[in-house]
Design a protein around this ligand. Sequence first.
Ligand code: NAD
Ligand code: IPM
Ligand code: MN
Length: 361
Amino acid sequence: MSKKILVLPGDGIGPEIITEAHRILDWVIADSGVAIEVEEGLVGGISYDVHGEPLTAETLKAAQASDAVLFGAIGGPKWDGTVAYDKRPEQGLLDLRKGMNAFANLRSAVCFPALADASSLKREFIEGLDILFVRELMGGVYFGEPRGIETLEDGTRVGLNTQRYADWEIERVARVAFEMARKRGSHVTSVEKANVMESGVLWREVVTKMGADEYPDVKLDHMYADNCAMQLVKNPKQFDVIVTDNLFGDLLSDAAAMLTGSLGMLPSASLSDEGPGLYEPIHGSAPDIAGQGIANPIAAILSLAMALRYSLDMGGYAEKIEAAVANVLESGTRTVDIMADGCTKVGTTGMGDAILAELSK
Ligand code: NAD
Ligand code: IPM
Ligand code: MN
């Protein structure tokens, strides 16, 4: 039976970077002979413009019926403040994650040797860096009720969001982190703010119990999120797997992206217990550079590699793509965000060309 990938380019640089990932996917299909059906759809602002919804029921259905979804990026100034809050592009992504039951977001911050000097930190701090974030993706303050903007009797306006975690939500994401750690450095750092938030107290309790009962072989430590932000910049190589909530995971992974040289380098996999995975670069639609053909497509291409590994049972091709990216970077081919002295500057398509050429060798 043939496999199916739904490609959702989205807005801004989304279509630019996904075009390159799509070309790599076409190469994988041709090279492997595996029957993979590729369908394209709309999500985010473009879907709102066409259908009045950032994610239509049909697109969600197509996502649920596929083996993997490759997602670009959504959002932009065009829709900021001009569309109803529940119809904004970002809501389309949140609904897609929820509709796919994608509760575990794996964000992998790896420093490619060739980029050790592209980071804003000194080489010695990031050479060999390999952190896996396991970000809870379906709960917390992103989804907690009550929420909204209320006007009190005295006219005071209140913006309200609720941080909320059930024990089972913490358990299922912690399990992913422990399982991943067993395949890597056997070290989990659980991050919350148990010092000021009850949701953090429960988080720490649940993770501690699971570690002791089921994963005594995995080293577990706990860190407050503010300290974690500082430690990521001070000594990032102390981390192996970081498990944290939806909001802290969002913030900390963007910070960690810069350790690898650019936000344009970090791929992610958003996984459920069963069913298709959602694969998305961690960056956004980058309105400041959209339409210029200069965005770095590597995060999107590495997200495709994750899709091949986790959803299509084609781990060998994931490794090929990752090796091709490493070699292209080694050869000095760079998009502007990771440009360095003595390297050759290319645009989005040029980077795709170079990776394809490397794969075809
Ligand atoms: P952003 O991630 O789009 O951009 C932040 C900075 O990183 C910008 O300077 C941008 O040029 C740069 N950058 C991002 N991706 C890059 C790439 N591939 N190559 C080179 N440079 C890159 O974040 P933002 O500016 O805060 O948000 C812009 C829009 O994107 C907003 O509407 C936001 O809601 C949305 N957003 C979407 C996602 C997503 O689709 N997953 C993620 C984050 C933000
Ligand atoms: C990300 C983004 C999203 C998030 C937004 C666009 C909904 O920042 O994927 O990191 O906050 O999860
Ligand atoms: Mn983010």
